[in-house]
Structures are given as C-alpha cells and as structure tokens.
Design a protein around this ligand. Sequence first.
Ligand code: CP3
Length: 335
Amino acid sequence: MSKLLNCLINKDCSRVPVWFMRQAGRYLPEFRKIRQLNQNFINLCLDSDLSSEITLQPIKRFDLDSAIIFSDILLVPYALGQNVDFSKNKSPKLSEFEVKTFLKVTEKEFTKILNPIYRAIEITRKRLDKSKSLISFIGAPWTLLIYMFDLKKENELKFETLEKEKTEILHVKEKLINFLCIHIRNQINAGSDVVQIFDSWAGLLPDENFNEFCLEPNKEIVEFCKKGKIPSICFPKGIKGKYETFNKIVKSEGINIDADVDPEWAKQKLKNVVLQGGLNPKFLLDPEEHIFKKATKYIETFKDTPYIFNLGHGLLPQTDPDKVRKLVNFYRNFK
Ligand code: CP3
C-alpha cells in the first residue's frame, strides 16, 4: 500500500507522506521546455504521453510520495461544451455559458473528450513505483460555476450576477455534480487511487449561500466516493472557522488546510480526519532558514497525528526548485 493510502485509510502516521499542490508546473525548467512547444494548454492536458511525462517530472526530481496527474479542473467545463482560453498570465476565460449545449452533452461524449486524461493515468500508473500513489482531482461544483458563469471580478464575487442567475446556476449544479462523479469514477478506473476535490473559491461564498454551494455539493461527491471506496481529500480554501462545520458535515478522509488556518486550531477542532498542507507557498520564496522555521511549526504540531506534508495552496511559478528539494530533505530528516 502506498504511503499516502496508508495515512488516509489506516491513519498510520509513522510513514509521513509528502507531495505538493502544483508540483508539476511552471517553476520547473523541464516543464517550461515542453510548455513552450505546446502553446495550447488544453491540447497539452489532452496529450496523454506529455501529460504523463509532466506528471512524473517532480517525482524524478524530488522522489515525492505521490504524483498528481497533470490536467486542469477546467477540462470538465470544456468537455461540457465551453471554450476555455488560458492566455498567459491571465485568469482563464470561458466562452459564454449556453444552457442548451450543456444539457445536450451525454455521458458517452463527455468520457470520449476526456479519454486522453484516463489514458495518461493508465500510462503513468504503469511507470510509477507501487509505493507511490497517483492522485486524480476535480474542481468542486462552486469553483467550477465561478468560471462557467464568470461569477468573479478579480478576487470578488459578483453577488448580483449570482442572485440574478441563481435558478439556472442551481439547475446546472445538479448535472455538473453528476458529471464530476463520472469523471472521478473514470479516473479511478484508469488507475488513480485518491481524489482531491479543489474548492479554491469557497471563501467567496456569503454565509447564506455556503450550505447550498459548498457543503451540500462537496458532501454529495464525498458520499459518492465513499460508496466506491475511493479516498478523498477536500480543499475548501479560504473558509476560515467554517473548516470545522465543513469537516463535520462532509466527512472526507482528508482535508487540506490553507495558510490562514492556525495549525494548533486545526489540531483541536478538525477531528476524525487526516490533515494535509497549510504551509504558505510564499515562504518558499524566502531564505532557507525562514522556510524551515515556518515548516517546523506544522511538523511539530502534527507530529503525533496522521498528517500529509503539503502547502496551503499551489507552488508559485517563481519558486526555485532547489528550495523545494531542500524543504523535502528537511522534512524527511526532521527528528
Ligand atoms: O501539479 C499539479 O498540481 C497538477 C496540475 C494542476 C493544474 N491545475 C495545472 C495547471 C492542478 C491540480 C490544477 C488545479 C486548478 N486549476 C485549480 C485548483 C487549485 C488552485 O490553484 O486553486 C484551479 C482554480 C485551476 C484553474 C486554473 N488553471 C487557473 C486559475 C490557471 C491560471 C493561473 C495559474 O494558477 O496558473 C490555470 C492554468 C494552469 N493549470 C497551469 C498549470 C500548470 C499554468 C498553465 C501555464 O503554463 O500557463
């Protein structure tokens, strides 16, 4: 059994696993080289051989305990009929949502479009050592709806748009959950062993909408996973004290904390769950001693509990890969 699964399922904290969100990506020169030759990001994600190669890049460099398949949460809206534009250094832009197109997409068509991701998982699983797990992922419904309905400006929710289009958005949410479960099942069948559910924009939700857009959909998806014995890790970023309610209601095997969550608080309040992450990725831009000092807080706090070492959000593109290596070594040699 992989270290990650042993931690998530058996709650074993003796073999502490480490991996990083966005461990494959722009901070790695070997990724930038491939990216430069492949300007269309969607096509790159749908090239099974390249996706597999990129997935394995950080494993080769740092011998991390888990690989996360190289893809994107926005491939799901893409497979449901929206164009996605990943222009350089800008927030991704989707073409206007058309409910008619969306409602016409069948499970068969959806699976066919995303098939290269499943192929990439198959190839990667064969190339990855058995001691390492292969993580697949989805965007949580709310975070995808933000992009699908263009519900934010900079980092603010367009509350009026949400109110105005709420009936349609709620309707779309239901079908979206169904497709996300299909995507999870397909990725697991292809050979991934854990799923991470990214709710990156959960923190934008007003309290009055938190239940219908964050708690309920995450719970429904986690229950789907449980029925299929699929371990899941949720990441409801930015929800502050509501992490406690989230954990009590959603009950995923793992929960990733963001950099605003105090590790001591998390240890006290988040029970019956394996904690993951927390360390601010910005600290990796600082001198080594500072990174180690900040990392020590998490390692010490969680030393007697099952904990997965990771970050409070993805690695930043300007991170020096050498600092990542040093952090991994520091963590592994920590006594
Ligand atoms: O290594 C890994 O973590 C696996 C690959 C992965 C990517 N995106 C590749 C990617 C994963 C897990 C994601 C998840 C994702 N995508 C999220 C949830 C996590 C988070 O960061 O909050 C979100 C919100 C997206 C949507 C998205 N994709 C945005 C906002 C952007 C542009 C800004 C940015 O952060 O880069 C992307 C593009 C993207 N996805 C890149 C990569 C490597 C950069 C593409 C490039 O090379 O230009």
